[in-house]
Design a protein. Structure first.
Ligand SMILES: NC(=O)c1ccc[n+]([C@@H]2O[C@H](COP(=O)([O-])OP(=O)(O)OC[C@H]3O[C@@H](n4cnc5c(N)ncnc54)[C@H](O)[C@@H]3O)[C@@H](O)[C@H]2O)c1
Length: 340
């Protein structure tokens, strides 16, 4: 079994999910960590018994890892991924692919040019509930699929934005609730609809009293090529993090995915539910689920190159949908403003 030497770049909130997974899988070894905040890098290096760096290029030059995982602010995903691939490393990036679509495209081009593998984390696709929902729809068990609805009603305030200034602006984050919190739900809706997007009508708002530039609420209707309607409502103006809900409505039944679990109610009265996975929670916060270790294990699977490439193509399609939502709502982002 090939052993992969892996570095993690960015030692903030999500990084422990990667470091724990890399330390516990049989074919991966965490060999280096990096953060521009030296204390964060040092603490992670001490915890996982590997060298700590503040400059990722120096780390890659000195350690020659097989792969790097990017746990960085959104605007850094593309430039750092491109640099690392040009230095010969495979890259597994956290979601979103990048702060904007243009940078995401550059990542794919670098992967093609260098031959390095590029993957993007969307760990909620690996929840048992998501897997059952996808399978049931793909097998036609809901009959003709008519609509997919996604709802996220969470709470984020200025204390949250103070924990990482990059989260506040379109330039550094690429958006607010849409690209940061609700992207998993949007991605699941798009994945379940399983067709290209042909039209998007959306509104994007800032209703709350945070000092962030980025939106805190968005709603809209997506029309998919197969006629499925995708309705979404995402906000971080709630007083608590309510359970995320994804619903699919078909001619033969309805399904609901919530809390990572899926329940299908068929028209004839039968009910089907997923079996919860037995994996222990691994990482920073329980809300991120157990999907990270599953997706990271897939990234290092033998003969898994095409599946890894698919994760990048899927991430690109979700990134494009985000750009389309902003464009529909008249929000100026790097994707909607001309380069000239
Ligand atoms: N999959 C999930 O459910 C999930 C959950 C949370 C965050 N994320 C994603 O993970 C990524 C990081 O988010 P976070 O919440 O951990 O952010 P964070 O701000 O807590 O961590 C980012 C870290 O990157 C470091 N950094 C910045 N520039 C750097 C550079 N040039 N070199 C090295 N380190 C640098 C920062 O100092 C910081 O410690 C984002 O893409 C975010 O969307 C994903």
């Amino acid at each position: 079994m090939k052993q992969y030497r892996v570095c993690v770049i960015g030692c903030g909130v999500i990084a422990p999910n990667h470091m724990e997974a890399l330390s516990s899988l049989d074919n991966t070894q965490l060999v280096g960590v990096c953060d521009v905040i030296a204390d964060r890098a040092k603490a992670a290096g001490e915890k996982y018994g590997c060298p700590a760096y503040t400059d990722y290029k120096q780390m890659v030059r000195e350690l020659h890892p097989d792969a790097v995982h990017l746990c960085l602010p959104h605007y850094l995903h593309s430039p750092v991924a491109v640099d690392c691939m040009e230095m010969g490393c495979d890259v597994l990036s956290e979601k979103p692919m990048n702060a904007n679509y243009k940078g995401a495209l550059a990542m794919l081009e670098a992967s093609k040019r260098t031959g390095c593998r590029l993957g993007v984390i969307f760990q909620n696709r690996y929840n048992t509930g998501s897997v059952l929902a996808k399978k049931a729809i793909a097998e036609g068990k809901l009959g003709k699929l008519l609509s997919i609805n996604g709802m996220v009603m969470w709470h984020r305030d200025d204390a949250y934005y103070a924990s990482g200034e990059w989260r506040k602006s379109y330039e550094t984050s690429g958006g607010g609730v849409l690209i940061n919190q609700a992207i998993h739900t949007l991605d699941l809706c798009r994945w379940l609809a399983d067709a290209p997007v042909v039209d998007v009508k959306a509104t994007v708002s800032h209703h709350g009293d945070t000092s962030a530039e980025v939106e805190d609420a968005t709603e809209g209707v997506i029309t998919f090529e197969n006629g499925v309607k995708g309705l979404f409502y995402f906000t971080i103006n709630n007083t608590f993090d309510d359970s995320i809900v994804v619903r699919a409505h078909g001619t033969e039944g309805d399904l609901t995915v919530t809390g990572g679990r899926c329940k299908i109610v068929y028209k004839d009265g039968r009910v089907e539910e997923d079996k919860p996975d037995e994996l222990q929670f691994c990482g920073a916060k329980a809300v991120y689920g157990t999907g990270h270790i599953i997706q990271i294990a897939h990234f290092y699977e033998e003969n898994g190159d095409e599946a890894v490439r698919q994760t990048a193509l899927e991430a690109l399609a979700t990134q494009k949908l985000i750009a389309d939502i902003f464009a529909s709502a008249g929000i100026k982002t790097a994707d909607t403003v001309s380069d000239k």
